[in-house]
Design a protein around this ligand. Structure first.
Ligand code: ZN
Length: 272
């Protein structure tokens, strides 16, 4: 089974990057200006063979892979901006909520995610606390992050929450196994791949990260399933993983290389 899933974060007006989501400089590099995001949406809409949601995947789907638009962190712009833009273009989004921040300044509140769900958007968990390195958390911590956040959302929505996305881009099989043990049936990662797989009964779906500054043409290429752009993101992502694993003196040099390449076309991806 295949899916073309795109990963965005917040969308803000006038460069007010701290208005939605986590207010720090690194997070800001993942946030889009509204006009830029509108161009991405237009470009993706023009080429997407099918606008889908995760439920299409869970239920099984024939035909071309659906394009899924996902938004991590639970920033306030999900309600105040993104959902309206998506609906105007005939999409429904996936909003992944960091539940410890639900209803705090810069983040969506309970009534807002209830309304988003009622409007057909998918609400999922993005953990409770957004651990920096999810893959290094203990098993008990992983279970707690997934189960307590899903429960908190279920209480707000009045229905079970079975979908999640991995914070920080730090995915491992154990992270998915814990999600499955906590009752999730679908988990989005930041691994740039179209191929879905199943871990302990939980469908694991890769995503392609779009960072601020990425041309709308990249969104179009990804949404159309173009191989060259997908391979580029795959290469960047895996080089980054290798560089982090090697660490030491080699990492800064490889990191500069990755970012240099990213500036010349496709975005890199480290955060979710
Ligand atoms: Zn995140």
């Amino acid at each position: 089974m295949k899916a073309l899933a795109l990963l965005y974060h917040d969308v803000v007006d006038g460069g007010d990057w701290d208005a939605s989501g986590f207010p720090d400089p690194v997070s800001a590099t993942y946030k889009f200006d509204r006009h830029d995001f509108e161009r991405h949406l237009e470009a993706a809409s023009a080429v997407a063979a099918r606008r889908g949601t995760v439920y299409d995947l869970v239920e099984g789907l024939l035909g071309p892979p659906p394009v899924l638009l996902t938004f991590d962190d639970g920033g306030a712009s999900a309600y105040g901006c993104v959902a309206d833009l998506l609906e105007g273009a005939g999409w429904r989004g996936h909003f992944f909520i960091t539940t410890d921040y639900l209803g705090t300044p810069g983040f969506v509140g309970g009534a807002q995610i209830r309304e988003l769900a009622g409007r057909g958007h998918v609400i999922g968990t993005h953990s409770c606390s957004h651990p920096t390195r999810m893959a290094r958390c203990s098993w008990d911590r992983l279970i707690g992050e997934w189960s307590r956040s899903a429960q908190a959302l279920a209480e707000v929505l009045g229905e079970p929450v079975r979908v999640g996305s991995v914070p920080g881009g730090a995915f491992s099989r154990r992270v998915a196994a814990a999600a499955a043990a906590a009752g999730l049936t679908a988990l989005f990662t930041s691994e740039p791949t179209v191929r879905c797989r199943v871990v302990d009964g939980c469908l694991v779906v890769g995503r392609y990260t779009l960072r601020r500054g990425a041309p709308a043409a990249v969104a179009a290429a990804l949404a159309s399933g173009a191989v060259a752009v997908r391979l580029r993101q795959f290469w960047l992502w895996n080089l980054k993983k290798v560089a982090k694993a090697v660490g030491g003196d080699l990492y800064p040099a490889l990191s500069r290389l990755v970012h240099q390449r990213a500036r010349h076309g496709s975005p890199g991806a480290t955060r979710a």
